[in-house]
Design a protein around this ligand. Structure first.
Ligand code: TMP
Length: 213
């Protein structure tokens, strides 16, 4: 069985950059990695992603949103994550079940017990071996994340349009989730030089891989 590592944080926390840097370092050492993301990671889930993020879909019901994330995850786990783990690869996944609890639970206010049940169902009970939570102030993350307005002056990403208070609830939610799972979730202060963050992530992953041997 391979190693399943997930990366979480608010918009603009730098996780995508960090995943790519980690994959390069692991590949240089000869480890086989699969870099993927949620929502998305395979054609069916990518189509669900475009519905979820489309800035015109303002009328989306929170429960519909939750179920779409779950649907995208079920497809992604069965098509990409499970086979890669069975092939003994290291899977680096940009967001996973903790994002659903932080965004749909803590920020949107949907029932957390329901989300935990749904997370378990949609992930076929696969849990990350380790999770990095990149933590930084919401103002800093958002200033890095906001994509340009489209030609009609409309934001394209539904989540980037949410209020500062929404993103603050996401950040606080993530910190609460990390407090409940200290053995799995490593909080990484992300408001630092890219290389310093990358070194911390790499050291933690190598320690974990060597521990498993
Ligand atoms: P990304 O910008 O990191 O690619 O993530 C896409 C957006 O989807 C981001 O705003 C967070 C949100 N999201 C949820 O609300 N719930 C989830 O379960 C996941 C995986 C992402």
């Amino acid at each position: 069985m391979g190693c399943f590592i997930t990366f979480e944080g608010i918009e603009g926390c730098g996780k995508t950059t960090q995943i790519n840097l980690l994959a390069i370092r692991l590949n240089e050492l000869g480890y086989e990695t699969v870099v993927t993301r949620e929502p998305g990671g395979c054609p069916i889930s990518d189509q669900i992603r475009s519905i979820l993020l489309n800035g015109n879909n303002n009328a989306m019901e929170p429960l519909a949103e939750l179920l779409l994330y779950a649907a995208a995850r079920a497809q992604h786990v069965s098509e990409v994550i499970s086979p890669a783990l069975e092939a003994d690869k290291i899977v680096l996944c940009d967001r996973f079940t903790d994002a659903t609890l932080a965004y749909q639970g803590f920020a949107r206010g949907l029932d957390k017990a329901l989300i935990e049940n749904l997370n378990q169902l949609a992930s076929f009970s696969i849990r990350p071996h380790m999770t990095f939570l990149f933590d930084c102030p919401v103002e800093i993350g958002l200033s890095r994340a906001i994509s340009p307005l489209d030609s009609q002056g409309v934001r394209e990403d539904r989540f980037e349009k949410e209020s500062l208070a929404f993103h603050q609830r996401v950040r606080d939610g993530y910190i609460g989730i990390a407090g409940q799972a200290p053995d799995r979730i490593i909080i990484i202060p992300a408001d630092r030089q890219v290389q310093a963050v990358a070194d911390d992530v790499f050291a933690a992953v190598m320690a974990r891989i060597q521990e498993d041997r």
